[in-house]
Design a protein. Structure first.
Length: 132
């Protein structure tokens, strides 16, 4: 008999999504919300950075599109410089393969990569929940 994980059994996480593709961003947000998590959505890092700096919302995980407009994946570095986000999990979610970007960004603690492909939204959510 397979044990089902109930929404109540998973710790509620605060997740920020920085993704310029509206459909992908909404799919990710819907899946996190369906599983009971709090979500902040941004189309690009340039819009996210001022809110993060000003409001300093609690963030357990940041899902970031590497090829995003307005600073792209640099928001991960930006967040790491803020004491509030030193332990925030950074998940780069990108259609780029590991051979197409500088993988040195993955050497930072608690930094991960998931390749965008069909079915990967579920994998993404499961990865974030396993870190939280």
């Amino acid at each position: 008999m397979t044990e089902e994980i109930k929404k109540e059994d998973v710790r509620k996480l605060n997740v920020i999504i920085v993704e310029d593709d509206d459909i992908i961003r909404k799919l990710i947000a819907i899946e996190f919300k369906r599983r009971g998590h709090n979500v902040l959505e941004y189309t690009d890092a340039a819009r996210a950075m001022p809110d993060i700096q000003r409001e300093k919302p609690p963030i357990d995980a940041a899902v970031i599109d590497l090829m995003n407009m307005g600073y792209g994946g640099n928001i991960g570095d930006y967040m790491r410089k803020m004491p509030e986000y030193k332990t925030t999990a950074i998940i780069f979610y990108s259609a780029l393969t590991r051979q197409q970007f500088n993988t040195k960004i993955l050497e930072a603690p608690n930094t991960h990569y998931i390749h965008k492909e069909p079915g990967s939204v579920k994998l993404l959510v499961e990865k974030v929940e396993s870190l939280g």
